[in-house]
Design a protein. Structure first.
Length: 145
């Protein structure tokens, strides 16, 4: 029995685009070492895969929705607003804000952990890094030029 192979979203999109360009199922099966049904399932779920590709990280292998979607949406809106003002945000500060929004939304069973923040960052492609002093002073026009 062949070992199980899990494809990333990017790999699935590549396979779907090759199928759309007329490549044969059999050739793809041989190349990736998977069964015909695996490729067919990707083709059948292509709309869902493409939606995930456009909105999420390319490295994820399973499309899971968060259990506290309302907290996540509120935190994401707040995070984007802070980033647009070049406010540096650390992990503990994000945790504190998530707990704050949970209390505001009346969620008593939610406690934000480091792993929740890690997965939040993964789902939304948030990379933590230093904001340089000059980064905010450069106009978008100069960057385009």
């Amino acid at each position: 029995m062949a070992p199980r192979h899990t494809f990333t979203v990017k790999e699935k999109v590549d396979i779907i685009s090759r199928l759309q360009n007329g490549e044969n199922h059999v050739n793809l099966c041989k190349q990736f070492g998977v069964s015909h049904s695996t490729i067919s399932t990707m083709w059948k779920n292509r709309a869902k895969i493409m939606e995930c590709f456009e909105s999420k990280s390319l490295k994820i292998k399973k499309n899971r929705n968060p259990t506290h979607q309302d907290i996540e949406n509120t935190l994401l809106v707040w995070f984007k607003a802070q980033k647009s003002q070049n406010v540096p945000i650390s992990g503990p500060f994000l945790q504190e804000k998530a707990n704050h929004f949970a209390r505001q939304l009346g969620k008593t069973n939610f406690v934000c952990s480091e792993s929740w923040i890690y997965r939040f960052r993964q789902r939304h492609n948030i990379v933590v890094g230093k904001v340089c002093g000059e980064a905010a002073s450069v106009s978008q026009n100069d960057c385009n030029n």
